[in-house]
Design a protein around this ligand. Structure first.
Ligand code: PNS
Length: 172
């Protein structure tokens, strides 16, 4: 069996449509465990995207300004391919509740077949963020609600502006 790649660089993949405070909590804690965290905006085949991947990247870059050792990328490739391209040793996934764990374990086991050298770290989000999801954030923004309790401040401003400007809504 291949030697495991050291955990020095880790990848935090997701749809991030947009990044929430729950994602940000996991991002910050994962970053503290490694030298560099690659945040990867990827495509989830079961979710129709709303914000463009470039917008999602920009929002994450703004939210992580001042947090050293974070790099944001996007790709339409398989996660394991992106992980190899970025030379990471470990995938980080956040878990909001126990209900998330079934799908995450399945994904981790599939990815393990594709790339046995990659380790997977599952990190429960802080309980105060367990109820937050990007789809609820988008729904609240689309109906003119206040999304500031759920996303980093720079993201709240940008996403709210996007939804309030006619013709500005995006699609993946
Ligand atoms: O934030 P999400 O939607 O839960 O993230 C899921 C994501 C994007 C990480 C997952 O769908 C993914 O890895 N997509 C890239 C394509 C891929 O590798 N598919 C096989 C997964 S077993």
């Amino acid at each position: 069996m291949k030697e495991a790649i050291p955990l020095r660089r880790m990848i935090f993949p997701g749809s991030f449509d947009p990044l929430t405070l729950g994602h940000f909590d996991v991002l910050r804690r994962a970053r503290a465990l490694c030298d560099e965290l690659v945040v990867a905006v990827l495509q989830n085949p079961v979710k129709a995207g709303v914000l463009t991947p470039q917008r999602r990247m920009r929002l994450i870059e703004q939210a992580t300004e001042g947090l050293p050792g974070v790099r944001v990328v996007t790709s339409s490739d398989l996660l394991v391919e992106v992980a190899r391209q970025q030379q990471v040793g470990c995938i980080v996934r956040g878990l909001r509740t126990a209900a998330d764990s079934a799908g995450e374990i399945q994904m981790a086991q599939l990815n393990r077949i594709l790339a046995p050298e990659l380790e997977v770290l599952m990190m429960p989000t802080a309980p105060e963020y367990a109820f937050i999801s990007s789809s609820f954030v988008r729904d609240i923004a689309a109906r003119g609600g206040d999304i500031r309790p759920f996303v980093p401040p720079s993201i709240a401003q940008d996403v709210q502006r996007l939804y309030q400007t006619p013709g500005e809504k995006e699609a993946f």
